[in-house]
Write a protein that binds this ligand. Structure first.
Ligand SMILES: N[C@@H](CCC(=O)N[C@@H](CS)C(=O)NCC(=O)O)C(=O)O
Length: 437
């Protein structure tokens, strides 16, 4: 069997777990998978030595191959089990393929900020409403998995004080609170980040009025990627979860559908709805919209275009600034080509703090919702841009349909230039570590 090492409360674990569950349900995951809670013992004794990183999720394939990173795990499994693919084919569906990867980048690395923020904002001292108790419990469940309830609660509370300095989250931010500042989510910008996520939820609510999944009636990489912010954070965390269920009920239902659990009412792919015929026999039909398929003729749902608009309006300018800043850094005397680069997405990487904080060489100005601030460069995003660049070069030129789509989006055509954008800052990934070149 595959072994997935994950946490229930982890952003990227939600993406991969739902993907593996879908492939397994579709009978397209070979021997299946076991979901293993990645306790501190396993993080230090197994994940870190195997990949150089203790980040979850990580996957061990039946032949022992070890894969760190949600995107690489999905790539690996898709190559090994191409049946019931989750990424549309480059030759027949270039637009849908490109859109899947663009939404993956948006979900993984942009929605991460407000998803991360809501968890820790509503856990701070004195917040009303607060989900501090719930959050302590979900962390304690991983940190002290073998212990009784009281010890698990205590472990979460102690971790919040020791590792995050939660009682001084604003006056002396540490851990996740420092990370939010590194990401440009500070007192000036936090409400703009939250408004950005609310806008995305409104776009999705509107989309799910007519389709059950991102590309129609069947899940794709884009659905699993969107579960990153929307399952473990915005759906499970109590305060954001209340708002999601009450203001965006169709998005909440899609979370259950795409996650494939607790979803009897949610019209899952592969599920049948039944009626009774005249003779009293059950007659089944596919439960999901669009005949249970992605839209025909490589169509991109109209209701999805505003989400692509968010990518080009908000994230794309930041990616361009990051690429330019990283290019300058790599060319500078402070760096030798081939050296290690910071690897994390949630906060400055240990050893690179001076570069990634304050006015460091790996920070840049940016804007969200009309408010300016500074944030760190995340080289992992440039690695993802490289991956997107490969998709662009395979999908563009195929009859011009990709170009037609991109020209309808402000700044969309600039995507065709990714290779030039990252020519001076290519990022190589080895296990869980990143290097220039
Ligand atoms: N880009 C990676 C990110 C993985 C990641 O950052 N995981 C978080 C939890 S969602 C984590 O383990 N953080 C703790 C750490 O890095 O040690 C992916 O796509 O899998």
């Amino acid at each position: 069997m595959y072994r997935l090492f994950s946490w229930e409360h982890s952003y990227f674990s939600g993406k991969v777990r739902a993907y593996l569950r879908f492939k397994q349900r579709a009978g397209a995951l070979g021997p299946g998978f076991e979901d293993i809670l990645a306790t501190p013992d396993l993080l230090v004794g197994l994940l870190l030595p195997k990949s150089g990183s203790s980040a979850v999720p990580q996957l061990q394939a039946p032949d022992g191959t070890w894969i760190q990173d949600s995107s690489e795990i999905i790539d690996f499994c898709e190559a090994a089990h191409p049946e019931v693919a989750v990424v549309p084919d480059a030759a027949t569906s270039p637009r849908q393929r490109l859109v899947s990867y663009v939404i993956e980048l948006l979900a993984d690395e942009w929605l991460l900020v407000p998803g991360f923020w809501e968890r820790w904002y509503y856990s701070e001292d004195g917040r009303e409403p607060s989900h501090r108790g719930f959050n302590e419990q979900q962390w304690g469940a991983m940190l002290a998995a073998g212990e009784l309830g009281a010890a698990r609660r205590e472990a979460g509370a102690a971790f919040f004080e020791d590792a995050m300095g939660i009682s001084q989250s604003r006056s002396a931010p540490r851990g996740v609170y420092a990370g939010l500042v590194h990401l440009g989510c500070d007192e000036r910008t936090e409400m703009a980040w939250w408004a950005s996520l609310s806008n995305v939820l409104a776009i999705l609510e509107n989309h799910f009025l007519v389709h059950d999944y991102v590309l129609g009636g069947r899940p794709s990489l884009a659905d699993f990627a969107l579960l990153g912010p929307l399952y473990a954070h915005v759906y499970r965390d109590a305060v954001a979860g209340f708002e999601l269920r009450t203001r965006f009920p169709l998005v909440a239902e899609w979370v259950e559908r795409a996650n494939g659990e607790g979803a009897l009412n949610a019209r899952c792919w592969g599920q049948k709805l039944y009626s009774v015929d005249e003779g009293g026999a059950l007659v089944g039909r596919p439960a999901t919209s669009d005949g249970g398929e992605w839209l025909p003729e490589d169509a991109v749902p109209q209701t999805l275009l505003p989400l692509l608009g968010v990518f080009f309006d908000e994230m794309w300018p930041v990616l361009k600034r990051s690429a330019a800043t990283l290019t300058d850094f790599i060319a500078s005397e402070a760096h030798t080509k081939g050296d290690a680069l910071p690897g994390g997405s949630f906060m400055a990487t240990p050893g690179f703090e001076d570069l990634q904080t304050g006015d460091g060489a790996l920070t840049h100005e940016f804007e969200i919702g009309g408010v300016s601030s500074r944030r760190m460069v995340i080289p992992y995003q440039i690695w993802m841009l490289g991956r997107l660049g490969e998709v662009v070069s395979r999908c563009a030129g195929a009859g011009g349909s990709v170009e037609d789509l991109l020209t309808t989006l402000p700044r969309g055509e600039e995507l065709l230039d990714i290779d030039r954008l990252i020519a001076g800052c290519r990022v190589r990934k080895a296990g869980g570590l990143l290097y220039s070149g």
